[in-house]
Design a protein around this ligand. Sequence first.
Ligand code: BGC
Length: 769
Amino acid sequence: MKFRLLIPSMLLMATMAAAQQTSLQRAATETTPQPQYTQPAAPPVTAQPNTIAIPMFDVDPATLLPISRQPNAVKGAIYADPAANPAERTLDLLRRMTYEEKVDMTGGWNKFLTHAVDRLGIRPVSMSDAGQGVRLSSAIIHTKSTSFPSMIALAATWDPTLADDYGKALGEECRALGVDILLGPGANMQRLSVGGRNFEYWGEDPFLSSEMARQYVIGLQGQGVIAVPKCIIGYDQEFVRHIASSNIDERTMREIYLPIWEAVIKDAKAEGLMTGNNLINGLSTFMDRGLINGIMRGEYGFMGMAMTDWQNSSYFPAMQQYVLTSGVSLMMPVNATLKAYIDGQAALSPVRKAEVEELVEKMVFYTLYPMFKFGIFDRPSNAPEYFKTFEAHKKVAREVGAEAITLLKNDKNVLPIPVGKKVLLVGEPEIQGGTGSGEVEGYDHVSFADGLAKVYGPNFSYNTKIDEEQVRKADVVLFSLAKKGAEGEDIPFDGPAGQLDNLRKVAKLNHNVVVLLSGANGLPTDWLKDVRGLLWCYFLGQERGSALADVVSGKVSPSGKLPFTIERSFADSPAPQFNYIGGKPYWGGNNEYRSVWLGLKPVPADDHFWQYVKPGQVVPVNYDEGIFIGYRWFDKKGLPVVFPFGSGLSYTTFAYKSIAVRNAMASDGAVYVDVTLANTGKVDAKEVVQLYVHEVNATVERPQKELKAFAKVFLKAGESKTVTLKLDSRSFSWWDVSTHGWKMNPGEFRLMAGGSSDNLPLTSSVVLK
Ligand code: BGC
């Protein structure tokens, strides 16, 4: 075959031009996209077996040698030379690969690895899931990995330096465990409080999400491990996730759902990404040329591997022609559906074969290039010396946990609890992490009970059952309330019913009840008035008990702030009926519908779901609330909430003293805002200073406030500090659909600073020209 030189920038220009009809433009021209999302019925015979059944074979990491020690590597070849330019190495390797080897390289091998090219001494490369640490079941070495706090907990710290430490620690674990590609972080938004994977995301605000995720990726990739933020884009709920089309308009996409991608791809230079199982405005994300080639590669400069989520390709067997040109590069875990299409095309004529081969080369380039760039083929697959770093990771996990825990109620200063008090822990065992691909087992777990027992000694007792006498006699009752988070299903707001009943009962027996809530989803809070305290604990991983004890005992003053809003009831949310099928909610999203949808099984006659969803038909999820998710929504509707975004108490008190604004937009493109605050209490503590912006005379509807800067500061008791927060033109801009660009209007902007989105005592304004 005649090899055609791949020149990446030309390739980008070509694909950008070809990306004329982007999902955004489709959105822009279709106001309310409705049932035209009917796909052609899939031909049953070409449908692939359910990928979940593919077994993971053992791979001996000791055999995964660097190129320099591979007997089949071509001596003197550019691709085998660690000193050569990574793009040239990739091109050199591509030139030497056969048609079959290239086609193989468009798919994964053995569930969580890339294909080897044995003939040329190229080893398979291992990847692993990364919900809150390295998921051992997807790694090639199964010794141990730390279960860190989940992403949502990391977000609650509001501390990008902790996100950096966290990413670095993950990178070190990857190096020990032979993982070269980490399938994280989650980069979706909390659109609704019931999203099953909310625990893997960073909450409801694009700015907070971006600041944290960016730093995680930088920390991780600093260890030579490829980050794969996932799952692009609008995969914010689990509801029939493989056949649901998130219908999102252009402005909303740019202002709410894309910023985190800009942060991880453009700023942090993540070398990988994963497409979502879902569709966007009617097109499956892995076929979306406008999104992958247009925005990610064209606008954000992404040159890395774009892999599919694990079921993508098997749902759309009849549409494979779009895959070859979308900018996606790797079908995970297998490329069987695509390969059948490619081979079929190649058999048509030599000309067609050359055409598809060229497209395949482009895909393979993007997969291999970052591996050369990170020197992955030049190192052995695992570096056991990194196991030495694990002990220090426990500290990172504990610190993140303690800084995440969010104190939402503390009547009569029930917390901290002095040593010597009689403390009783009751209720469900706390949950350390969410389930699904984000599940991380962890080791050396310190449960809530272990951590508290260590501090309170014989005065501490733990009982999962409610013994009335014991509850009455305790000085303080800590009630563990655990609400699961899970991939493949959304989590109904109303629950967990049994536990809530127990809580109501306990609150009647003792006045000093503090609820310890493990979870990442909304829930009814009618019990709140009957308890003294509430600590939102998210999923804190293996060091959860130590982190909790640090906060409960007062060793650490809580400084976590909610990265989402807790609404009064799900009826208040922007889309309470997002998952209604024929008037009934449907909570599943784990392939339950797959066989029937693909025509592999007959439609069950009496099934409610199948009365409304036809095989091959896509289910619309219309993001009609637009840019108004989270606090933007509740502000707009004037709906009171239980706990606002950004809220969280401390054991001390802070006074926000003054705000001063320096408008240097003309000279250095920035507005500087000095906020002075004082720790007016008796306890050293950290506070998150938050700055929100509102455009006074907007030309389009804009939110009442939007977070645009924040800083976490430590103040000793009695100390005052001035924090300088920086705003740039983006902080004031909105996405103009008529020009398809950011626009900053001249005029007045209100600036509001404080410690919670509902408590912003300092206000000022700036006039921009
Ligand atoms: C999940 C991905 C995950 C993959 C591999 C999919 O079901 O959506 O987040 O990386 O499985 O485990």
